[in-house]
Design a protein around this ligand. Structure first.
Ligand code: PMP
Length: 392
């Protein structure tokens, strides 16, 4: 008998229905209804991609570069990435079999998770974290297991907290340092301890190092370079943040050949390859982009100092973020929840920041303000924050 009681809603797969929409998106739908808002909400560089990088893709287009590429990506780019990762991260990957060019780190995260887990497998990740981690795990029918990090520890990942959450079903540990939204980084001892934990529990580590070029005072360390980790690590990085190339949609993964091969199957049958013009631009970014990158990094660092000073002057508590372009400041002592604080600040002062809860439950009591925006706007926003908190 035909069942005509179905609505389109009933056709949606249950594991997808249960995934909430991004809290950032919901908040910004409200922001977008207002005029002349100063937004500290966007996790995107305010810089336009450096001209020489844009020009290289224009040139490639003029020369007729409109085709597919090899599934893994252009050989020239994979070779450049192999050299870059070796130089910057001290990890060695074969461009022929261990490097894959992806449509942003977003695609790389998705294929990495799907290549590793079976339904019901557990994946550890640290919170507060980037909004896509738990959904991507759930889309692969895995179980996201959040490990809380705290301001008192500078949001670093503690082994006792990892040990408390690991089970025989845990297959993967996801890392993101420097972290969106906290700007936290790991030190050499941290990566060594986390590596020992991963080996002890036979886990694969997916390390999303998209912000690594935007590390300020701290030494830059990758778990991929810790002895014994290469075989069980998928290293992800991309061009969106450091080279201000978000719209190009270009990233990459580095992993031992059998893991790259598995990810490649997913990539090949779903994405085919990353866009050729973006790949051409990435070649130029690696070949000649160091100066532009250094300039943007030092600009972000000055803005960070300005913002941290401004937050503190307004009575917020804020650790000094060592990487990425976010501050994650505590507002708990004002006796308000993150969402209410962000909403009132928006309504009363026309400045948008993101409630910490968008990045996981333990983000309650915090707001994320991005300093990927111009100095004048940051100054005005911090003045308005002082006015706002003086009324609380
Ligand atoms: N990982 C993290 C931690 C991010 O913050 C972002 C973007 N906000 C991404 C991955 C996705 O970046 P991409 O543009 O390379 O897809």
């Amino acid at each position: 008998m035909m069942n005509d009681s179905k609505s389109p809603h009933d056709f949606v797969a249950p594991h997808l229905k249960n995934v909430p929409r991004s809290g950032i998106r919901d908040f910004f739908e409200i922001v977008n209804t207002r005029k002349d808002v100063i937004s500290l909400g966007i996790g995107e560089p305010d810089f336009i991609t450096p001209w020489h990088i844009r020009e290289s893709s224009i040139y490639a287009l003029n020369r007729g570069a409109t085709s597919y590429t090899a599934n893994l990506g252009l050989w020239e780019l994979r070779k450049a990435i192999s050299e870059y990762v070796n130089r910057r991260f001290h990890a060695d990957y074969d461009p022929a079999t261990e490097i894959m060019i992806t449509v942003g780190v977003s695609e790389a995260l998705d294929v990495a998770i799907r290549a590793l887990i079976s339904p019901g497998d557990e994946v550890l990740y640290h919170e507060p974290c980037y909004v896509s981690y738990a959904p991507v795990i759930a889309f692969a029918h895995g179980i996201p297991v959040a490990v809380e990090t705290h301001a008192d520890d500078d949001f670093r990942l503690r082994i006792d907290q990892l040990e408390a959450k690991v089970t025989p079903r845990t297959r993967v540990l996801m890392l993101n340092f420097p972290t969106n939204p906290t700007g936290s980084v790991l030190h050499q001892k941290d990566v060594e301890d986390i590596a020992a934990f991963a080996i002890r529990h036979n886990l694969v580590v997916i390390t999303d190092e998209i912000y690594s070029e935007l590390t300020y005072e701290a030494e830059r360390v990758s778990i991929a370079a810790v002895p014994g980790m290469r075989e069980r690590t998928i290293f992800l990085n991309g061009f969106s943040k450091a080279w201000a190339m978000t719209g190009y949609r270009i990233g990459f993964s580095c992993a031992p050949a059998p893991l790259t091969d598995a990810m490649m199957k997913l990539h090949q049958y779903t994405m085919l390859c990353a866009p050729i013009l973006a790949q051409k631009a990435a070649i130029e970014a690696l070949a000649n982009g160091d100066d532009a990158l250094a300039h943007m990094r030092s600009t972000y660092r000055q803005r960070r100092n300005l913002m941290v000073d401004g937050l503190q002057a307004a009575g917020l508590r804020c650790h000094i973020p060592q990487g990425a372009f976010y501050t994650f400041a505590s507002i708990g002592h004002f006796g308000m929840r993150s969402h209410d604080f962000a909403m009132r600040f928006l309504e009363e002062e026309n400045v948008a920041c993101v409630p910490g809860t968008a990045f996981g439950a333990c983000g309650e009591g915090f707001i994320r303000c991005a300093y990927a925006t111009g100095t004048a706007k940051i100054e005005t926003a911090m003045e308005r924050l002082r006015t706002f908190t003086s009324r609380l």
